[in-house]
Write a protein that binds this ligand. Structure first.
Ligand code: GDP
Ligand code: MG
Length: 440
């Protein structure tokens, strides 16, 4: 009842849905948070405008204010923009997978080359490193030293050779010697310049990499956007590594890089040591960029409570014999949200031991089938399962619509009726399950 009152009150005040006026301050806060995290200004503007458009009209859940709900929407959108899940390194159909490293000087390309090789070894992949930075004194030695440190071979031709030729022969060697991956380190410049881009392009055209990784220093801030645009337009990148995330930046460059190139960030560098490389996880990065963890926790808690309220309503229905196919469907989805059927069963005292793995797998299979069949029922039929018990033609229609047999539909109806009466008996305590009094 308290919930209902709250919702009614929200409605009166216009707080039940997200509107331009009730998230005005939140918008400003989000914008500020993103800018503080070093997301490029234009990226912030576009992103925030998009999120606002999508969020308008969204319903506000109980126990939460519109601005809080809005923050959650922003967070979800951030995770989505950054790709939802981690994207692993590309893998060639026939080895070796060729990886080209690109980026400005000092961003951490050479370090990342070694880090990546070490990371790949953990996946049992053998990598060859190729040193093509003939410009900076000691750049080749730097890669050789890193290679020694982790016992990974480095191919080089000294500092008088042509970088394109080094790359070509390096890849050749990796192929001949059966390496799984070959990583070509390249020379950067302090700023984007044509000779660097020209050379990168020639190397790329020569070795035809499966993966061209742009290495971006997370501290680059606003500039990360332009940098990414230029590299992507001129040589085409397939992914990025964001380095120096161990610094105090919130990592907004991640959003800029992703938005502008459309390519995933695959790893982050979190230190100078060779093992300081981690896969990139969009959800973690979204939290870090946005901050506002407190609000997110609050909304999450409120959501859990809404789920609880839903579960309680369901229980009432079961006990009052009003449980129908729609409820069954909802229940099934609820189960799915909670994890596997097996996981839920284990929570019920005594149940875990009564059901084995095989039965559980079968149960999940059946739930899926049931979902399909219920999907083909009319609203009326869902409300009143007896309609189906008495009408073969209705059952036939549902069978056709859902791609299952008449027999399977009949079974569903019978099982459903049996289950419903069983649940009512359990609910009213007529069945003596040990340790399971009336539910609730
Ligand atoms: P390159 O010019 O792009 O090849 O950059 P380097 O690999 O030579 O790295 C430049 C500097 O950045 C070196 O001092 C590295 O130790 C340092 N560095 C690279 N990656 C990271 C990182 O993830 N965190 C920190 N703190 N330093 C890094
Ligand atoms: Mg280097």
């Amino acid at each position: 009842l308290a919930d209902r009152l709250e919702q009614a009150w929200k409605k009166v005040r216009g707080q039940d849905k997200i509107s331009e006026s009730n998230v005005k301050d939140a918008l400003r806060e989000v914008r500020r948070a993103l800018l503080e995290a070093d997301v490029n200004l234009q990226v912030v503007k576009d992103f925030v405008a998009e999120v606002e458009q999508n969020a308008l009209g969204a319903e506000v859940i109980a126990g939460v204010r519109p601005d809080q709900q809005f923050i959650e929407i922003v967070y979800n959108e951030l995770v989505k923009v950054m790709g939802d899940a981690n994207v692993p390194l590309a893998e060639a159909e026939t080895a070796p997978t060729i990886v080209l490293m690109a980026g400005l000087q000092g961003t951490g390309k050479t370090t990342a080359t070694a880090k990546l090789a070490l990371h790949l070894r953990k996946e049992d992949k053998k990598a060859l490193l190729v040193a093509t930075d003939v410009y900076r004194p000691a750049a080749i030695d730097q890669l050789i030293a890193l290679g020694k440190q982790i016992n990974i071979p480095v191919f080089d031709m000294g500092k008088d050779a042509d970088p394109v030729e080094i790359a070509r022969q390096g890849v050749e060697k990796a192929r001949a010697d059966g390496f799984d991956v070959v990583i070509v380190d390249t020379a950067g410049r302090l700023q984007i310049d044509e000779s660097m881009m020209g050379e990168l392009k020639r190397i790329k055209d020569t070795i035809e990499p499966h993966e061209t990784l742009l290495v971006v220093d997370a501290m680059t801030g606003q500039e990360a956007a332009n940098l990414t645009r230029t590299f992507h337009e001129q040589i085409g990148v397939t992914g990025a590594i964001l380095t120096k995330m161990d610094g105090d930046t919130r990592g907004g460059a991640a959003l800029s890089v992703r938005r502008i190139s459309g390519q995933p960030i695959k790893f982050i560098g979190i230190g100078e040591k060779v093992d300081a490389l981690q896969p990139f996880y969009p959800d973690r990065m979204a939290s870090r960029i946005l901050g506002m963890g407190d609000v997110l926790t609050l909304v999450e808690k409120a959501r859990e409570e809404v789920d609880m309220a839903e579960a309680e309503k369901m229980q009432e229905k079961i006990l009052s014999a009003k449980f129908d196919f729609s409820d069954f469907l909802k229940q099934t989805r609820l189960l799915k949200n909670m994890g596997s059927l097996g996981g839920v069963m284990k929570l019920i005292p005594g149940m875990g031991k009564m059901v084995n793995e095989e039965q559980l797998a079968k149960g999940e299979e059946q739930l899926k089938k049931a979902e399909a069949m219920i999907g083909s029922m009319t609203v009326e039929e869902r409300k009143n399962p007896d309609l189906l018990a008495n009408s073969p033609s209705r059952r036939k229609r549902i069978a056709k619509g859902s791609g299952h047999s008449d027999k399977e539909v009949s079974e569903l109806v019978t099982n459903f009726q049996r289950m419903r009466s069983l649940m009512q008996q359990m609910g009213s305590g007529q069945m003596g399950f040990p340790g399971m009094g009336p539910m609730g």
